[in-house]
Design a binder for this molecule. Structure first.
Ligand code: PLP
Length: 396
C-alpha cells in the first residue's frame, strides 16, 4: 500500500474528528445537550426550484440519457449555460469550452492543483485556509508555503506574501469568502495580490497561476462584493461549487474554469482534463449537471445565516469574547482567551460546545464556529458560552 495514503486515511481531519465525536456524544447524552458547531453543512434546504427541476428531469427526460455518461468535461449545453450566466452576471469573460464540471469544489481543487503543479514546485496558501488544500497540493509532490493573515483585518499580510514568492512558485490559492474566517478579500487586497503575481511571473519568465476557490461566493452579509478574478488577472482558474449556495453538499456538483486570457490556455485546459482523467473525476453526476441551467443565480434562503451571524456575534461579544466581524461564509473566527486554541477547544468541549481549533487551518490562537445551524441551537448554547467565558474571567 501507499504509506502516505494510509496515513491520510487513518488520521481524520480535525473537523471530521470533532464531527464524529459530536455524533457519538449526541448518542450518549442526547442530541439536544450537545452544541455542535463543528462542520459547514448547510442547515437550510435547497430552493424549491431545485426539487421541481429534479422532478421534471426525472419525469420528462429520457432516463437512459438522464443517467448516462456525459462527455468527460460535462454536458456542453450545461457548460454553455454556466458561461452565459457568469458573463451576464460578472462580465467574467469566460468560455464554455474552458469549463470542466466536477464533483464539487474539492474535486475542482485537486484537479487544478494536479494540472498545474510538478514535484518540487511551490504553492502559496493564504492562512488560515481550508485544511484539505494542503492534502491536495502536497499529493502532487509540491511544497506548501503558508502566508499568515493580518490578525486584525484577516486580509493577507503583504510583507510576508511578498517574501513568500520564489523561483519555484507556480500557484497562489485564494479563498474568498474564506473558510474558516468568513473574511472577504477586498478589491484593494486583490489588486495587491495581482501586482505581486505580475511582478514575480515576469521575474521568473513563466506563469504563476491564481486559483480562486469560491464555494461561498454568494454568502456575503455586509455591503460587500466578491470581485470576479478573471477580470483582474489572466492566469486564473476558478473553482466553484453548488454545495453551499444551493445547500447540495452531498450531491457533489461544481466546476473548474480556466480564464480564456490565460497563457497557453488550450494546454492548461487539456491539463485540467488530463488531471480529471488521472484522478477519475470524469463526467460529474449527470442528474445534477442537468439541474444547473434552471437553478443558476438562485440560492437557498440565506436569511437564516444572516440572523444566526448577528445573534452569535452579539452573544459572544456580550460574553467578552473577541470576534472579528466577518463579511461572508457561515463561520465565525473567535480569538482564544489562552494562547493554545486546542486547550480552549477542549475546555469548550467539556461544556459540550464543539468548536474547531485554528491550528489545522494553518494558524494558532483562534477557534472556528460554524453557524449553519438552527437558530434554536445558538440560543440554547449561550449559557454554555457564558460559562466558558466566565472560566477565563471574561465575564461574570
Ligand atoms: N473549499 C472550501 C473553502 C470549503 O470550505 C469546502 C467545503 O467545506 C470545499 C472547498 C469543498 O467543497 P465541496 O463540497 O464543493 O467539495
Amino acid at each position: 500500500m501507499n504509506e502516505k495514503m494510509r496515513e491520510l486515511g487513518a488520521r481524520r481531519s480535525a473537523i471530521r474528528e470533532l464531527f464524529e465525536y459530536g455524533k457519538r456524544r449526541k448518542a450518549e447524552i442526547g442530541a439536544d445537550r450537545v452544541f455542535d458547531f463543528s462542520i459547514g453543512n448547510p442547515s437550510v434546504p435547497a430552493p424549491e426550484r431545485v426539487r421541481e427541476t429534479l422532478v421534471r428531469l426525472l419525469s420528462e427526460k429520457d432516463p437512459v440519457a438522464l443517467h448516462g455518461y456525459t462527455s468527460a468535461q460535462g454536458d456542453p449545453s450545461v457548460r454553455a449555460a454556466i458561461a452565459d450566466y457568469l458573463n451576464r452576471t460578472y462580465n467574467a469573460g469566460v468560455d464554455a469550452n474552458l469549463i470542466y464540471l466536477t464533483a464539487g469544489a474539492a474535486a475542482s481543487l485537486t484537479i487544478s492543483l494536479t494540472a498545474l503543479l510538478n514535484p518540487g514546485d511551490e504553492a502559496i496558501l493564504l492562512a488560515p485556509f481550508f485544511p484539505e488544500y494542503r492534502v491536495f497540493a502536497e499529493r502532487t509532490g509540491a511544497k506548501v508555503v503558508s502566508v499568515p493573515a493580518d490578525p486584525k483585518t484577516l486580509q493577507p499580510d503583504f510583507k510576508s506574501l511578498e517574501a513568500a514568492f520564489s523561483e519555484k512558485t507556480r500557484v497562489l490559492l485564494v479563498n474568498s469568502p474564506n473558510n474558516p474566517t468568513g473574511a472577504v478579500l477586498t478589491e484593494e487586497s486583490i489588486r495587491r495580490i495581482v501586482g505581486l503575481l505580475e511582478v514575480n511571473q515576469r521575474k521568473q519568465g513563466s506563469p504563476i497561476w491564481l486559483i480562486s476557490d469560491e464555494p461561498y461566493r454568494e454568502l456575503v452579509w455586509g455591503d460587500v462584493t466578491v470581485p470576479y478574478l478573471t477580470r483582474y488577472y489572466a492566469n486564473t482558474l476558478v473553482c466553484y461549487s453548488f454545495s453551499k449556495s444551493l445547500s447540495l453538499p452531498g450531491e457533489r456538483i461544481g466546476y473548474v474554469l480556466v480564464s480564456p486570457k490565460a497563457e497557453k490556455v488550450s494546454d492548461i485546459y487539456a491539463a485540467v482534463c488530463g488531471a480529471g482523467r488521472a484522478l477519475g473525476f470524469v463526467c460529474a453526476p449527470s442528474l445534477f449537471q442537468y439541474m444547473i441551467p434552471d437553478c443558476l443565480g438562485l440560492t437557498s434562503d440565506l436569511s437564516v445565516y444572516r440572523s444566526n451571524r448577528e445573534r452569535f456575534l452579539a452573544g459572544l461579544r456580550e460574553c467578552g469574547f473577541r470576534v472579528i466581524n466577518p463579511d461572508g461564509a457561515f463561520y465565525l473566527f473567535v480569538e482564544s482567551p489562552e494562547p493554545d486554541a486546542n486547550a480552549f477547544a477542549e475546555r469548550a468541549k467539556s461544556l459540550e460546545l464543539l468548536v474547531v481549533p485554528s491550528d489545522s487551518f494553518g494558524c494558532t490562537g483562534f477557534v472556528r464556529i460554524s453557524y449553519c445551524v438552527s437558530p434554536d441551537l445558538i440560543e440554547r448554547s449561550m449559557p454554555a458560552f457564558r460559562k466558558l467565558a466566565a472560566s477565563y474571567g471574561l465575564c461574570k
